[in-house]
Design a protein around this ligand. Structure first.
Ligand SMILES: C[S@@+](CC[C@H](N)C(=O)[O-])C[C@H]1O[C@@H](n2cnc3c(N)ncnc32)[C@H](O)[C@@H]1O
Length: 395
């Protein structure tokens, strides 16, 4: 159940997932490979980042000189606020470290409800993590506070793994200041109405990506049992299959076109049985063909194609343009179905409007072993949300 942990994180508002150093390093290297000056002379802000726990601060501090940073600022969120906003038991002691308690500025009375700010500025010497200076923020370090928003305004690039439960708000907070950024979020965020239009307009895109799509996070102060099925006791890490980096920094992989076959070749040689057997079906409510697999996109089709949202991980803007998404709020559907009856696998029926919110395929016979819809004695099945794309015509 690969998505179980992320679902549970949202449901229970548990945001304490800590990113692995290797994942950060691998991702940052992809931008440096494309442009070694991506971070040069830049002020980088790492908000929502508990520096004592997080590898973001460690990575950027350790690589301060290599990246050519001007300034590094990292802020953390107060433990009392963490406790208040999560239904999972987090103890203040889970987050207290010797690093903090042994610093001269440590103050037991204010520590639980204050965020901290760590800064590193370029000086005429080699910089490393021991040069990090910290002090308490005025408030709890909420990224929406005035003081962290001022730091956002000062920054050139914002990098973090923000709280999953506040992803929409966090992205809006960055975009409001028109900043460069690199953040982690759930694959589902692609379909949000606050996110997809930015992807469509090539204002933001997916990053280079986790190793084989597997993101591992360390969990802190929570009972890992709730992450049943994806918690690995031997490593103490929770695995997510549906996490991505979202960014507006350029990287090389997004300019590599997908190698694809023509439609005729797909129909003959595709490794997917249903392409060879059924060909490319047409949606009933969108003027597009269904392409259920990214590697089955026909290279020579000029019309609109519906592809799985995972396509965006392979999307090259020079090869395809994004037309839209099969979500009601996007408004591209060519029809609205009246009087829908949903028939579930076990035969239960209900009157719904769900068929409107996704691509529908009309079928000639009553479908077996799957949920289907009846409208005026016709049968339909609904597919997952699809991104609608078209071959890019060179300018
Ligand atoms: C997914 S964790 C990531 C931590 C760290 N950036 C990392 O990846 O290792 C998100 C962090 O944001 C903190 N957080 C939650 N709500 C916040 C808010 N409103 N403002 C700032 N930080 C918040 C959580 O307590 C948590 O430590």
């Amino acid at each position: 159940m690969p998505n179980e942990a992320l679902g549970a994180a949202k449901e229970k508002k548990n945001d304490e997932f800590y990113t692995q150093y290797d994942d950060i390093q691998r991702e940052i290297n992809a931008y440096l490979d494309y442009d070694p000056d991506t971070f040069r002379d830049k002020t980088v802000l790492l908000p929502c980042d508990d520096p004592e726990w997080s590898n973001f601060t460690r990575f950027f501090a350790q690589n301060f000189d290599r990246l050519g940073l001007k300034k590094l600022i990292s802020t953390s969120y107060a433990t009392e606020s963490k406790q208040k906003n999560t239904s999972i038991q987090v103890s203040i002691f889970d987050f207290l470290t010797e690093y903090e308690t042994q610093s001269p500025q440590y103050d037991e009375s204010i520590s639980p409800n204050r965020g901290k700010i760590f800064t590193l500025t370029r000086r005429n010497k080699k910089i490393d993590i021991n040069d990090l200076q910290w002090k308490y923020l005025e408030g709890d370090g909420d990224f929406r506070s005035e003081e962290v928003t001022r730091l956002r305004d000062e920054a050139d690039i914002i990098v973090t793994n923000p709280p999953f439960s506040l992803f929409r708000e966090f992205l809006a907070w960055i975009m409001a200041a028109n900043k460069k950024f690199l953040i982690i979020g759930s694959q589902n965020a692609i379909t949000y109405k606050e996110v997809f239009p930015l992807i469509r307009s090539n204002s933001i895109w997916l990053g280079n990506g986790f190793n084989h799509g597997n993101a591992f996070f360390r969990v802190i102060g929570i009972n890992p049992k709730y992450a049943n099925g994806v918690f690995d006791e031997s490593t103490g890490l929770v695995k997510f299959r549906n996490c991505h980096w979202f960014t507006n920094l350029d990287h090389g992989r997004r300019h590599q076109p997908l190698p694809l076959m023509t439609m005729a070749d797909n129909l003959k040689f595709s490794k997917h049985k249903e392409i060879k057997e059924q060909g490319y079906l047409k949606y009933d409510n969108y003027d597009a063909i269904e392409v259920p697999y990214t590697d089955a996109i026909p290279s020579d089709y000029d019309g609109v194609m519906g592809v799985p949202i995972t396509f965006l991980d392979k999307y090259c803007p020079e090869q395809f343009e994004i037309i839209g998404i099969t979500k009601t709020w996007f408004g591209l559907a060519s029809k609205v179905y009246p009087n829908q009856t949903q028939v579930s696998r076990n035969g239960n029926t209900s009157i719904v409007s769900k068929l409107n919110d996704g691509p529908a395929i009309k079928v000639s016979q009553k479908p077996l072993d799957t949920t289907y819809y009846m409208v005026d004695n016709d049968y339909y099945i609904q597919l997952y949300a699809r991104v609608l794309i078209r071959k890019k015509v060179p300018d």
